[in-house]
Design a protein around this ligand. Structure first.
Ligand code: 6R9
Length: 644
């Protein structure tokens, strides 16, 4: 897949220079900014001034690979930077959150409103015994209370761990246990395409095997009947009624943990990515301001879920630190109609839209009539994130959504990087459909070979980050060895991204996708091992191998190859049962698209499953080198089966 994509990309020579009108009004207008970025330390020192610090930092960076510390000795609070400092002038009455529910209900919270509710919830958390350093798990839909909960935790220095509402009770349980959370914040349910997802019920099941959680705060969203466990469960709205409005923000050390966010890796166990307070806030606020060219009057909408890093950095912390007006939408793009996004843009006069290539490919499939029936003239800038965008989807987005006048910022970054690492600066960088252009000022990214040496321009290899950056992950929660091995194990002192890429003669980067056992389904990272463990957990399954197969809309889809235990019979509903089993163990996002039964899996002589061969078979490609294969009959069998 990578070679094919690369070939077609290299023929891609369309280029869109910033228009003079856009440049004239842009936040960043001069290319010298890149030279300033070369002076890595002074550059990031200057950017830190955009935050309010209770105490100034004494040293910008302490780098003892793999551990970085930024803004040492500085004290600040993320919630103070997102809220309190905007209350000094008229901004207190500016809309901070514009919430649109799936049912069409809406709620607008000004910065003052948000500050009030955050302070109250922070006091409730304190009354439940949550203090600095205690972890809180948040399992909520895309409703204002999700943002409020994150900021309330930040206010009292309690790291949050947001778990995406689409995860199953098993996945939630593992994440609660790994973080040893003291409190869980959830809701009775969430609306999804007209039905109710029973979040509280999932949380109750998860908590059956958990001993660390003392209390559950329950937001009422769907108002259906749920069980409330005495002495443990508390209604959010009732607790807030009596909570004081005054909750002073706790001064945090720049290096104190702001949050943990779990993401998939190459082993079965998700990694708890740890982010700091100071460096993270500097990174997300600077990139949000410059990449999205944020203006006071903008209505900014990022369609990600707060359960992912994109939601953390570019719905909550970056935009609110910058005093933006942020749209928060609860539902799906096709509910009740396929023009829901465009309806929202028209309704709130959205000027900046940040979404994912997988969504754009769905819109393409539905056709331009849906955006055409709405007024999208308020849009002035578009963004994408989550996976490589194919040039055709880029062009469609540019034409039908951006009306051929909005720059598109293709932003490459990761849960671990915390902030956007590569993207155009829309006032100065020429756009190339399918390329995220190049690194943000102050970021040093290279394409390197197996030994960690940069390949010449025009070549391809692995994407690596040469210097530490402020928003980089600080650790994997509770597992510093895994942190070092995963990210700095290949080449000491150089961060390995897990992505393959090519840079062209002009220095533009073309990211090709993951080179490890991580699959990107609709922009969501899923580890093959996680799905394999879920499958072998089924009583009939002996072995499972999961691969990513190219998919028109999702980018990649999961295909599983399975061998059954001795004496097990295949019956008609087994495939369906196995898919359901994975959904129960992980969540709907990990449901395999296809499942194939086979007598054997292709393995190396040392017994490792050769996923590369399975990928070739699934993609219908000629098989590469099979010299390492222990038994070629398995491959012949699989090929014959696949072609049937
Ligand atoms: C922010 C986010 C990270 C992985 C990353 C890469 C892929 C993200 C991309 C992109 C090409 C882009 N990725 N943005 N690939 N172009 N603009 O998505 O974080 O969920 O951790 O995923 O997503 O493969 O390594 P995360």
């Amino acid at each position: 897949m990578q070679e094919e994509r690369l070939e077609s990309l290299l023929q891609e020579n369309r280029m869109f220079k910033p228009t003079s009108e856009f440049t004239a009004q842009a936040n960043i207008r001069t290319p010298e900014i890149y030279e300033m970025g070369q002076e890595h330390l002074s550059f990031w020192e200057k950017q830190a001034e955009r935050l309010d610090w209770f105490e100034p930092w004494k040293k910008t960076l302490e780098w003892s690979p793999p551990f970085a510390q930024w803004y040492l000795g500085g004290k600040l609070n993320a919630s103070y930077n997102c809220l309190d400092r905007h209350l000094r002038d008229w901004h207190r009455n500016k809309a901070a959150l514009i919430f649109e529910g799936e049912n069409g209900d809406s709620r607008i919270l000004t910065y003052q409103d948000l500050h009030r509710e955050v302070s109250q919830l922070a006091n409730v958390l304190k009354s439940l015994g949550v203090g600095k350093g205690d972890r809180v798990t948040i399992y909520l839909p895309m409703i204002p209370e999700a943002v409020i909960s994150m900021l309330a935790c930040a206010r009292i220095g309690a790291p949050h761990s947001v778990v995406f509402g689409g995860f199953s009770s098993d996945a939630l349980r593992d994440r609660i246990n790994d973080a040893q959370a003291k409190v869980v914040i959830t809701s009775d349910g969430s609306f999804r395409r007209g039905s109710i997802v029973p979040l509280k019920e999932n949380a109750d099941i998860a908590l059956q095997d958990v001993t660390c959680v003392e209390h559950v705060i329950v937001v009422q969203r769907t108002a259906h009947q749920v069980n409330m466990q005495e002495n443990r469960d508390i209604w959010y709205h009732e607790a807030l009624k009596t909570a004081s409005l005054d909750c002073p923000p706790v001064p945090m050390d720049a290096e104190d943990m702001l949050f943990i966010l779990y993401t998939s890796g190459t082993t079965g166990k998700p990694k708890g990515v740890v982010h700091s307070t100071g460096g993270y806030m500097v990174g997300v606020s600077t990139t949000h301001d410059w990449v999205f060219d944020l203006k006071e009057e903008d209505v900014y909408w990022c369609t990600a879920d707060v359960g992912w890093i994109t939601g953390h950095s570019y719905i909550v912390y970056g935009p609110l630190a910058n005093g933006a007006t942020v749209v928060l939408y609860e539902g799906s793009p096709d509910y009740p109609n396929k023009d829901r996004y465009w309806e929202i843009i028209e309704k709130y006069q959205v000027s900046i839209l940040y979404t994912a290539p997988t969504a754009i490919r769905s819109f393409m499939k539905w056709g331009p009539s849906y955006p055409q029936r709405r007024d999208l003239s308020s849009l002035r800038l578009l963004g994408t994130v989550g996976e490589p965008i194919n040039p055709e989807a880029w062009m469609w987005y540019y034409k039908y959504i951006g009306g051929e006048h909005c720059p598109i910022v293709d932003t490459w970054w990761q849960t671990e990087t915390g902030m956007i690492m590569m993207a155009p600066l829309p006032g100065i960088t020429p756009l190339r459909p399918g390329s995220c252009t190049g690194p943000f000022p102050g970021v040093k990214i290279e394409v390197v070979d197996k030994t960690g040496k940069p390949v010449p321009k025009g070549g391809g290899g692995y994407l690596a980050i040469r210097e530490p950056w402020p928003a980089m992950l600080r650790n994997i929660y509770g597992d510093p060895q895994r942190f070092e091995k995963t990210y700095f194990g290949e080449w000491p002192g150089i961060y390995f991204t897990g992505d393959g890429a090519k840079w062209d003669k002009d220095g533009n980067f073309w990211v090709l996708g993951r080179v490890d056992d991580v699959i990107n389904v609709s922009g969501h990272r899923i580890g093959t091992m996680e799905v394999e463990s879920a499958l072998v957990d089924h009583p009939l399954v002996a072995e499972a191998a999961v691969i990513g197969k190219t998919h028109e809309i999702k980018g990649q889809a999961l295909t599983a190859f399975i061998t059954l235990k001795e004496g097990s019979e295949i019956y008609p509903t087994l495939i369906d049962e196995l898919k359901k089993h994975v959904v129960r163990k992980i969540g709907a996002l990990a449901r395999p698209e296809d499942i194939f039964f086979t007598a054997e899996l292709p393995k190396t002589r040392s017994g490792k499953i050769i996923r590369r061969l399975l990928r070739d078979i699934a993609e219908g490609r000629a098989l590469g080198d099979i010299a390492t294969l222990a038994d070629t009959s398995a491959v012949n069998f699989l090929k014959a089966m696949y072609q049937d």
